[in-house]
Design a protein around this ligand. Sequence first.
Ligand code: UD1
Length: 332
Amino acid sequence: MKVLVTGGCGFIGSHTCVELLEGGYEVVIVDNLSNSKKDVVNKIETITNKKVKFYEVNVCDFKELDKIFETEQIDAVIHFAGYKAVGESVSKPIMYYRNNLDSTLTLIEVMSKHNVKRLVFSSSATVYGDPEKLPITEDFPLHTTNPYGTTKLMIEMILRDLYKSDNEWSIALLRYFNPIGAHKSGLIGENPNGIPNNLMPYIVKVANKELPQLSIFGNDYVTKDGTGVRDYIHVVDLAKGHIKAIEKVSKDRGIDAYNLGTGKGYSVLEIVNTFMKVNNVDVPYKIVERRPGDIAACYASTEKANKILGWKAELEIDEMCKDAYNYVINNK
Ligand code: UD1
């Protein structure tokens, strides 16, 4: 079975390609390298000792994408490609709507044209906004707090309408919680350009002395220690969830959403302390004001993914912290 992966050179995309190849799938990557590097393709091949087809193409380009579908016999698609920085989406909303919506619309048009109707979409827990209670189940009300999140929610709605219009489609909407960590090999991992916005890449840069100090955004939340609580999930576990989703869309028609998280919440301080302990490294930090738009706590109910996809995250927080640091040391 041949799977086309848009954004396959990115953080979650690359780990998913590894799991696909190791599971015996053929992989075709389409990535315009706007936030990733081509050598990721070689690294995926080194880890798996298998070949990958790579096309440096923008998913918004109908003609080029159409050519790929003409050349390759694609059976299913996993769609990761998209802009993902929350702060940037607030300052450049039109760029976010244009890119994330246009790429998805183009992709589904080309897929329809070639009668490829199995799709796994990379959504986010951001579609739950500030949840009223915890843990979050998939039937919670959906609303967003920034344009990035709105693109994810809009795409979910577009795909639901698509299914209503043509129920030959099989679509899985995967709502990720907070993916961190890296592949054990230390060859692929998270490598954001510039100063990171997210917690783990920031901690890693402080540990590596590329940045002087971590700012912890608020210690007055109603949580176990006052700092924000999130459901951190190892990116390899997350990648494995995509294989289960591919199996699901290959066998049943329909559209459904699944939370991919661990179901456990850790605070910022717990993450920082675990990171220091397991890696035996110092991460200086200071407490600062809350970050606007942040919520106190967020973690998943993973029951649905467990029951319907037969998937469960297995790696613990120690492993996530070790692997995130290992990747950076390995790539100094
Ligand atoms: C954010 C996005 C989410 C996106 C996810 C992964 C929002 C509201 N949510 O999630 O849509 O899918 O990133 O890209 O923006 N923290 C610090 N110091 C830092 C960085 C973070 O204390 O330098 C804290 C935050 O306040 C939060 C926790 O660490 O409590 C996690 O933050 P982060 O990694 O940015 O992820 P989210 O905000 O949960």
